[in-house]
Design a binder for this molecule. Sequence first.
Ligand code: LMR
Length: 322
Amino acid sequence: MLGLFLALPASAQDGEPILIRFAHVVADDTPKGKGALLFKQLAEQRLPGKVKVEVYPNSTLYGDGDEMQALLDGKVELLAPSLSKFDRYTKKLQLFDLPFLFDDAEAVKRFGRREKSRELLRSMVGHGISGLAYWSNGLKQLSADRPLLLPADARGVSFRIQNSAVLQSQFEALGAQPVRLAFGAMYQALESGQVQGAENPWSNIVSQKVHTVQSHIVESNHGVLHYMLITNTQFWNGLPYAIRVELDGIVEEVTQVVNAEAEALNARDRARIVASGQTKLITLSAEQRAAWREAMLPVWKLYEDEIGADVIRAALAVNRNR
Ligand code: LMR
């Protein structure tokens, strides 16, 4: 009962603006970080005195370990975890972790507009979590303290992974050692040698300074790291109607900006890494990339039942329509 009470928005009628706390784990100057700030700007501009948005980046309010529970407890109103972090609440979103599923980031965006992925936004409502939108970041690159040209080079290497069973299987398929660690702990783990490698999009590599503690980055583009903007279902549904409609429109607008700019931000950060000269960038030949694909592909079969063959088919169809 207490949980229900906490999740309801403070009414704007008592003169106080409704507080929306948006916590996330990355830096401001990343696709998600910028999206959160734009949401704040537009919401406070268009709903002056009615809504106040506080953005907490870099795990400063909540991090990977506690942010979902905080959302359910009404201690924060918006999060945008990567799609890898939901398997406690739905197995279907494991789809996005399947290696080499999408041809490129554009295909992921196209899928985000399809009916099947819209359904997935509602897949956690039973737990009190509503998906509002998909936000793009980009494709992941492997990095390590050594060159990884072929899958065999990853054997025995420990990699920091997000809290995801699919990603665990992906590295086990290589004979590597996946270690689940919160995003906020990654840099330290790499720097101290607790783990030897990682997988990240360019924006997270730069903002976490991964390239300063990894001697090699392989441009593998082997998987995606995108987000779902989520809220507490009861909080969102309990908002005064006119405010909710305005906020829904703002979410839509911010989503378009984030998704239009994510690729350019990642390209900018890739260029920064090259310019820094602090790590060696490895470009794979077509044969080498095919070898990684072949080594990781058996993971699909392991998760097909949990995710649903229909969901996987719907995602693959987006590739074929290019
Ligand atoms: C990670 O944990 O590597 C990412 O999910 C962090 C993020 O939010 O981009």
